[in-house]
Design a protein around this ligand. Structure first.
Ligand code: ZN
Length: 77
């Protein structure tokens, strides 16, 4: 069973989620916000902007910020 790590941009919570049948969490289990982002290569700690530049994030808790410009399905902004 694939267990993925997710990160909530809203409250900064990291959590693991057992993905069954391709369904992914669209809500943070803590704050119920839909600002969760899977922590994988497409949504990693270093995100690339549309122009290929590295999108620097602040304070670590917002590591998913750059995903809006890439391909993180969980971060549809
Ligand atoms: Zn949250």
């Amino acid at each position: 069973m694939p267990i993925y790590e997710y990160h909530c941009k809203g409250c900064g919570q990291d959590f693991e989620y057992l993905v069954l049948g391709g369904s992914e969490p669209d809500q943070c289990p803590v704050c119920k916000a839909n600002t969760v982002c899977r922590l994988m290569s497409t949504c990693g700690f270093v995100s690339k902007g549309e122009g290929g530049e590295t999108v620097s994030t602040s304070a670590g808790a917002s590591s998913c910020t750059g995903c809006n410009a890439t391909s993180c399905a969980g971060c549809g902004h």
